[in-house]
Design a binder for this molecule. Structure first.
Ligand code: CA
Length: 421
């Protein structure tokens, strides 16, 4: 697949996130106006809601874009997703006969605020990165017991909270919680001192499944509308005390940030790649009929307040042991129904190399090996640090980018139970 040329400024730049091949879905607003659906192209967002209002963009089952989220488009299914991409490509391709009609509906990205691109109905977080599971398991339980006995057989996960999913740019307040150090007899309630990120990809489920009816891996793939970058903020000190035997709870409930653009699965099609070799055979219901991961370069950057950005990790989505369709299929084995707007976190994406680890816990090896940033070192996040995730699939002369997923960590409240004025 080559770059599809567009007449929109910035769309044909080889290092831009938003060529015509991409067309990711977001929700934007101009100052003083209500949020509305748009698609990113070059240095602009295309006001697709306006094009639908004018009757230029007609979608089966429409109107679908008269609400400030993409769930209604997702709900009508893959045939409409494909029709939308094809029609918008007609508007924006070089030499398009629609240019005069469409051009007034381009808004500079620099002039808009971006909002949650979907209503997240439910949120599940998995633990599907082999290197991450090995690293964290080693720190929490020792190298001998690092990988739980189920790990190579089941894409393990836990049910998270849709209410705590926020869009890039939303500040994240350092949480308080219950912690207990190995040298203490009883726990204390205090601000987290080991607040962290998790570099993940989020799969956005665009089609529901029926309660009581498991789906196959093949069916699961067709249900996925697209992907976002996802930062699953994690309080490691709270996690270490609370996680046994039911897994993370408050340690992961402060916030989960997502990038503002949903990159549709169709845009990632040229970048398919296989999951790594199986260390033990999977049960038949988890077999993939074709490669279902994507080659997506990922990075994490840390910027101290008033300081300069340092890229602290570079890795790739292809590191995952389980793909999103495998996770989604497994999620329905119990008969659990999936809904439009379900969000599945991949699990932390760490490579084998030290500088390819997707969390500060791993980068600093539990705080024992602080790593360098511009002007200092870090073990865990300090107050007012900004963490930024970026990702793109690299094509020939173009890239499919996700836009940034950014969040600044604000200091903990002085007293979370203070009431009154
Ligand atoms: Ca996670």
């Amino acid at each position: 697949m080559n770059l599809q040329l567009s007449w929109v400024p910035g769309a044909n730049r080889p290092d831009g996130d938003f060529p015509l091949n991409n067309l990711p879905c977001g929700v934007f607003s101009r100052a003083g106006e209500e949020p509305r659906c748009g698609m990113a192209i070059g240095d602009f967002v295309l006001d697709v809601a306006a094009l639908e209002e004018e009757g230029l963009l007609v979608l089966d089952g429409g109107p679908l874009l008269d609400v400030p989220f993409w769930n209604e488009v997702m709900e009508v299914g893959p045939a409409v997703w494909a029709a939308l991409r094809a029609r918008v490509a007609e508007f924006l391709n070089e030499g398009s006969q629609f240019r005069a009609q469409v051009e007034p509906h381009l808004v500079p990205l620099a002039d808009v605020a971006l909002h949650m691109p979907l209503l997240v109905s439910e949120y599940t977080d998995f633990y599907a990165g082999r290197n991450h599971a090995q690293n964290v398991g080693t720190m929490f339980r020792g190298a001998e017991n690092a990988l739980p006995p189920n790990w190579l057989h089941i894409p393990i996960g836990y049910n998270g909270r849709a209410s705590s999913v926020v869009v890039s740019g939303t500040p994240v307040r350092r949480p308080w919680g219950q912690v207990k150090g190995p040298d203490h007899a009883v726990p204390a309630f205090q601000p987290s001192r080991r607040f962290d990120i998790e570099l993940e990809l989020g799969a956005v489920v665009g089609q529901a499944s029926t309660h009581g009816h498991p789906v196959t891996v093949d069916e699961a793939e067709a249900m996925i509308f697209g992907y976002v970058l996802l930062n699953d903020w994690s309080a490691r000190d709270i996690q270490a005390w609370e996680y046994q035997p039911l897994g993370p709870f408050q340690a992961k409930a402060t916030a989960t940030s997502i990038s503002p653009w949903i990159v549709m699965s169709a845009a990632l099609e040229p970048f398919r790649t296989s999951t790594p070799a199986r260390e033990v055979p999977l049960l038949p219901y988890l077999h993939e009929p074709r490669p279902m991961l994507y080659d997506i370069a990922l990075e994490v950057a840390l910027t101290p307040e008033g300081g300069r950005e340092t890229v602290i990790s570079r890795t790739n989505y292809a590191e995952m042991y389980y793909s999103a369709p495998q996770q989604l299929a497994h999620h329905t084995t119990s008969g659990c129904a999936m809904t439009v707007g379900d969000l599945l976190g991949s699990g932390t994406i760490s490579g084998a190399a030290k500088d390819a680890r997707g969390s500060l816990l791993e980068l600093s090896w539990g705080g024992k090996e602080p790593f360098a940033i511009d002007g200092g070192t870090r073990s865990f996040i300090e107050d007012n640090d900004t963490l930024t995730l970026r990702g793109h699939a690299q094509g020939k002369g173009y890239r499919i980018g996700f836009g940034a997923c950014r969040g600044q960590v604000l200091p903990a409240l002085a007293d979370p139970y203070a009431r009154g004025k």
